[in-house]
Design a protein around this ligand. Structure first.
Ligand code: S6P
Ligand code: ZN
Length: 189
């Protein structure tokens, strides 16, 4: 398995293959199945049933070789597959940055968006190919695939930011995204 490079890094060119969502050279790949999203979907009975039935892959994250350490600027490609659990669209776990740092997402393929929540206010930022979504410091973020094919985006974030997943389990995200006929709708959490 590929690993992060050890600082100090040399200047490097990184190739991005949008069709596979891969980077070269690349760092670690993370694959999240439905079981890994425990506590995320509203309908916990449907979630349990589908975990026992097939436990499908919901998304994967391919990191570049740039490590998640202070002063570095890591990047990753997230691919969220199309699907839903009892109508709630496939999504990432969502996290808050313990060190409140901003982040940018850049849409590569498919249709999606970000649910953001600062603990009081929630927001939705649509992401399609060529669009940049800005996540300000202090806003937890969860990505959603709102389309019928893979949704892929590039993330660039400060290496010191970190990932607090428990914050989302404790505070929610303010909004949920459900499929609705050929479209989707956002509902209260
Ligand atoms: C990292 C950045 C993304 C996510 C990825 C998966 O700060 O926001 O690379 O890690 O989209 O989401 P999650 O919520 O499982 O980390
Ligand atoms: Zn983040």
């Amino acid at each position: 398995m590929s690993e992060f490079a050890k600082p100090p890094l040399s200047p490097v060119q990184i190739s991005l293959d949008v069709s596979t969502g891969s980077l070269s050279p690349s760092g670690p790949t993370l694959t999240r199945r439905l079981l890994d999203l425990k506590g995320c979907f509203k309908n916990t009975e449907a979630w349990q049933r589908e975990v026992e039935k097939s436990n499908p892959i919901v998304y994967q994250v391919i990191s570049s070789v740039v490590p998640e350490t202070a002063r570095e600027l890591p990047q990753s490609i997230t691919t969220i597959f199309a699907g839903d659990c009892a109508g709630e669209l496939y999504m990432t776990k969502g996290h808050q940055h313990p060190d409140p740092q901003g982040e940018i997402y850049y849409g590569l393929e498919g249709q999606g968006g970000i649910i953001l929540f600062d603990g009081k206010k929630s927001a939705w930022v649509e992401i399609t190919p060529g669009k940049i979504g800005y996540i300000p410091p202090g806003w937890a973020h969860r990505s959603i695939n709102t389309g019928k094919s893979d949704y892929k985006f590039l993330a660039v974030y400060p290496g010191c930011a970190g990932h607090d997943y428990q914050w989302v389990l404790d505070n929610g995200m303010g909004l949920r995204a459900f499929k609705n006929n050929n479209n989707f709708e956002l509902t209260e959490f």
